[in-house]
Design a protein around this ligand. Sequence first.
Ligand SMILES: [Zn+2]
Length: 111
Amino acid sequence: MTLPDSSSPDLRTHVNSPLARVARTVLGARQVAMVLGRTVHLSGASRAEFLADAEWVAHEQVHIRQFREHGVLPFLWKYLLESARVGYFNNRFEVEAREEARRLTGGGRRN
Ligand SMILES: [Zn+2]
């Protein structure tokens, strides 16, 4: 039997990330997590705060999978194109992350 491991020791995080800080400023958000490759870059949230939110973790893990499936640079390019076309909220990679995180955790809070 496998239980969800909320401490996620294999999940790489980078706290106080300057890149996440830029995104946080642009988005006007209190807390930001952004995945680059296999690392979750955090700004405004500690690793513990991030890991305590199962739906948030699930959402970012979908992005880690997307990076793995598409390749880092192709995914960044596709993600930016998609955002330019339809915006952040309707970006198909965000829709997928949002829906899968909700399905896995039964939540419904995160964008
Ligand atoms: Zn996302």
